[in-house]
Design a binder for this molecule. Structure first.
Ligand code: 13P
Length: 281
């Protein structure tokens, strides 16, 4: 069933768990995520990026992701992730997404504030919630590559929240998007400080390949939404490779697709249990 982002994140904060926010790029990934969450009785955030939506077809993805969201027997937040294109974000709002993210984090502070306010006004008038990013989580996100602009500045985060009235705030504390992150060194003291001064639920991006104990520590310090993309892409690809190794002459999409779903489901369950959101639906 469709539910609201902020309310679920506040519940998670009280219960000291985080809700996994999974990106999907195809039907198999989406099914693996929903089935994992249903079997684990976990709330889940189902995320679509711009380029994933363009790949699947924007109208197709709107209709099948909304169907999955409404039909699931656990709370699902359908979330537009890393919106760069304001018109597309508004389209997701109009289509019935639960929440949208605007990513203007590489722009100057004032511009980020201005664009975030525009999206907040539009989305809130239609009952849709908004996440925005302050500081910049670099790496390979969607089809873009960028360097990290540095960690979130605490005073900017306070000011940003006050000016924009966002519902969730993505912060940069040492993660980066994509596969190759080098040695991850999360800034736990910075997180602690931001958490004590910002009231919006806090989000971390770029969480694939980050040791689960580190992510668990961020949860104990107040993170309530953890974004995972690459680990599920890899699980999907590994499912397909595994099936074709066993069936080199195989061709039935329903059979190799099933293996991809199973691999994605297994990986999603690992995250759900590690973040403590199982049995919280
Ligand atoms: P990873 O691909 O590094 O997990 O990052 C995903 C993400 O942050 C999506 O918003």
């Amino acid at each position: 069933m469709k539910t609201k982002l902020k309310e679920e994140l506040l519940k998670a904060k009280q219960g000291k768990y985080a809700i996994p926010a999974f990106n999907f790029d195809n039907l198999e990934m989406m099914k693996g995520i929903i089935e994992a969450a249903e079997e684990e009785k976990s709330p889940v955030i189902l995320m679509v990026t711009e380029s994933a939506a363009k790949y699947m077809g924007i109208d197709y993805v709107f209709s099948f992701a909304l169907t999955a969201t409404n039909n699931a027997n656990i709370p699902v937040i359908l979330h537009w992730d890393h919106g760069f294109d304001i018109d597309l974000i508004k389209k997701a709002v109009d289509a019935g997404f639960s929440s949208v993210m605007l990513d203007s984090s590489l722009k100057p502070f004032e511009e980020n504030v201005k664009e975030t306010i525009e999206i907040v006004n539009y989305a809130h008038s239609k009952g849709v919630q908004v996440e925005s990013e302050i500081g910049h989580v670099g790496g390979k996100e969607d089809d873009r590559n960028s360097d990290s602009k540095g960690y979130t500045d605490v005073n900017e985060a306070i000011e940003f929240e006050k000016l924009t009235k966002i519902d969730a705030l993505a912060i940069a504390i040492g993660t980066s998007h994509g596969l190759f992150k080098g040695q991850v060194k999360l800034q736990f003291d910075l997180l602690k400080e931001i958490e004590s001064k910002v009231s919006a639920p806090l989000v971390i991006h770029g969480s694939s390949q980050v040791p689960l104990e580190d992510l668990q520590k961020t949860i104990s310090l107040g993170i309530t939404k953890i974004n995972i993309g690459t680990d599920l892409k890899m699980a999907c690809a590994n499912g397909l490779k595994h099936w074709f190794e066993k069936n080199p002459q195989g061709f039935d999409a329903r059979k190799y697709g099933k293996e991809a779903i199973e691999f994605v489901k297994k990986e999603a369950k690992i995250k759900i249990r590690a973040f403590g959101s199982n049995n919280k639906a």
